[in-house]
Design a binder for this molecule. Structure first.
Ligand SMILES: Cc1cc2nc3c(=O)[nH]c(=O)nc-3n(C[C@H](O)[C@H](O)[C@H](O)COP(=O)(O)O)c2cc1C
Length: 201
């Protein structure tokens, strides 16, 4: 994979279309695991692009269908990319990043030490305004399931691309919601750290 540097100088960053990895699905399933030790090396723009597309990108442009399923097709999950340079919201339809905050918020994405130095942390946020005609407890449950589908996509993409990842529920959600300027109707479901595989995991 060529190493297009992350150039995050503007508020909107167009992402290159990811090149699919040669690993088979069976190989990716065989390699899938959680890793909590990351090298500090930054990811390339192609790698960030590939991870985001796998997470919840558009795989059927004619219908707007996404790489992960969602209950009732709500597509309610917002994906935030928290990088050393700042935090960005992923616009799946334009396949680009939109700046939320030009600060390093990585440490705020979880309660474990490694999250502050992982090169990329994704945060999966359910937008309850997109989830209609559903009981409150079902809304929370379905948002959790939908975010889990996204997380598994990222696990498999990373396994195929030789990247390390771990999904995380251990989050101070109130603190992170404030840091991300979320609305009361937007709820953090899960986070996921991604990087290069460190020596110990
Ligand atoms: C919903 C969910 C929440 C998790 N939360 C955390 C977490 O907060 N921190 C962490 O280090 N690992 C977390 N994990 C990763 C699990 O600990 C891990 O998947 C489990 O130990 C099995 O290891 P494996 O993924 O390598 O098979 C979580 C996994 C899931 C599915």
């Amino acid at each position: 994979m060529s190493a297009l540097p992350l150039n995050l100088d503007s508020d909107v960053v167009s992402l290159p279309m990811p090149r699919l990895q040669p690993a088979t699905l069976e190989e990716a399933l065989q390699r899938r695991c959680s890793t909590r030790t990351f090298l500090p090396d930054p990811l390339s723009l192609e790698e960030v692009s590939g991870v985001l597309w796998a997470a919840f990108g558009v795989n059927r442009p004619e219908t707007g269908g996404r790489t992960a399923p969602s209950a009732r097709g709500w597509q309610e999950m917002l994906v935030y990319a928290v990088l050393p340079e700042g935090t960005w919201r992923y616009d799946a339809h334009a396949h680009r990043l939109e700046l939320v905050k030009a600060e390093d918020l990585r440490a705020a994405t979880g309660l474990q030490d490694y999250v502050g130095s992982a090169p990329l942390n994704l945060v999966y946020v359910a937008d309850f305004e997109r989830m209609h005609d559903v009981r409150d407890e079902d809304r929370v449950f379905l948002a959790g399931v939908d975010s889990g589908c996204i997380a598994e996509n990222v696990y498999l993409y990373c396994a195929g691309a030789g990247l390390a990842t771990v999904v995380r529920a251990l989050i101070d959600r109130r603190h992170l919601a404030q840091a991300l300027n979320l609305k009361p109707t937007q709820r953090i479901a899960l986070a996921q750290s991604i990087g290069r595989i460190g020596l110990i995991h």
